[in-house]
Ligand binder design. Sequence first.
Ligand code: NAD
Length: 262
Amino acid sequence: MPENKKIKMILNGALGRMGGYVLDTVLDTNDIEIIHGVDPSVTDATNNYKGINLVSNIDEVLNEGIDVVVDFTNSEVTMDIVNKCKDNNVDLIIGSTGFTQSQINELENIADNSHITVFLVPNFSIGANLLMKAVENISNYYDYVDVTEMHHENKVDSPSGTAMSIAESISKGKKSGKFSQNIPERESIKHARGADYDGINIHSRRMPGYVAHHEVVFGSLGETLTLRHDSIDRKSFMPGVLESIRSIQTLQGFVYGLDNIL
Ligand SMILES: NC(=O)c1ccc[n+]([C@@H]2O[C@H](COP(=O)([O-])OP(=O)(O)OC[C@H]3O[C@@H](n4cnc5c(N)ncnc54)[C@H](O)[C@@H]3O)[C@@H](O)[C@H]2O)c1
């Protein structure tokens, strides 16, 4: 692809764990260029990564003919930069997680009332998205279900955005009746049964050793059905990130979930 046809992006959260992977992954492509990385922790000693200029404030660089901002920070930061993207007419791919429903509604509202695409992807892994599809097809055959998600000890939000999407898919697939739940008569420790989403129990584990793992167990008379996805390396998110960057111009308005481009 000719140099001038490269997709020009800004990476927000460039010095984070995901940011590091995205920097290296995009450097290996010949059709995408990171014009700037942004992270408030950038110093004079860290303002260049393999030739990519890193800055501490996105305001300095958003008006430089950028096609798309890819964001891996946290939901508060994202809610701030979406307005800046709108003002500068730059599409936004959101990898950050931890949004409330009202924040998601606001993102949708901003996209609908502007010319930018806002693509919110709670999980870029192909396998995790296949898990979301699979549970939607299965859930109507079962009356009991638990979702457990396991992540590294530094994750700030619980449950994970993916666990929420999995629960939504399970709920969507449940065409007849509601899920049954064991409600303990005595609960010596609060929330021992996990959190509740529409009759679906959700549990969160946090500890070193995990990257991102999701397990769904359906139960019925005399049987259980377990589906589990493990991201054992953050590399698992990179094909989905690249595909999102390459596809953003085919999307319009507010788009939720990687399945829209699979
Ligand atoms: N969608 C997915 O598939 C997926 C996969 C993994 C992680 N995540 C999410 O991505 C986000 C980042 O994860 P991480 O593990 O890289 O976190 P991290 O804490 O390692 O990195 C976040 C980075 O954002 C930077 N930051 C903070 N405020 C900023 C601002 N105003 N502007 C620019 N940068 C800012 C921080 O300095 C930090 O370097 C989290 O919300 C996480 O849950 C999503």
